[in-house]
Design a protein around this ligand. Sequence first.
Ligand SMILES: [Fe+2]
Length: 173
Amino acid sequence: MSSIPSSERCIELLIENGCSESVVNHCIAVKDVAVRMAKKACADVELVEPGALLHDIGRSKTHGIRHAFEGAQIAKKLGLPESIIKIIERHIGAGIPRDEAEKLGLPPRDYVPETLEEKIVCHADNLVDNCKLQNVEVEIKRALMNGHKEYAQRLVALHKELSDICGIDVNNI
Ligand SMILES: [Fe+2]
């Protein structure tokens, strides 16, 4: 039975698997935001913290959209719990449904966060640009400028859902 790794172990795993220093720092910044959100949302902090720290472990292989799939494969090989594997696999694009995933050349499946903890890590990543907190509106504008209308709509919806659950606009988390 696989157990949830400590925060220290998560950072070691990122480094051991070849993530750059900037990826490690990004993961720590996302973790800080995700943990604050998890506390407000009464979510499972013990899961959100390692999930957020490991969410970009797949960037050791690629920085493309496939990094979530690759990250989940690495997590599986490491014997990490399914709850963490799913956080990693479903953190992209504010949730990418199967048909869109196929068009993007991803292995066909839904990459849509389902649990509260999956949604929190996914959206904390949307609110962190590199290592700095950004308003979701910045990411929405960027998505629209790149012609990613569905992604922009999902960002709006996820931001509203988590803001409602947290009882504050999560731009201000
Ligand atoms: Fe990512």
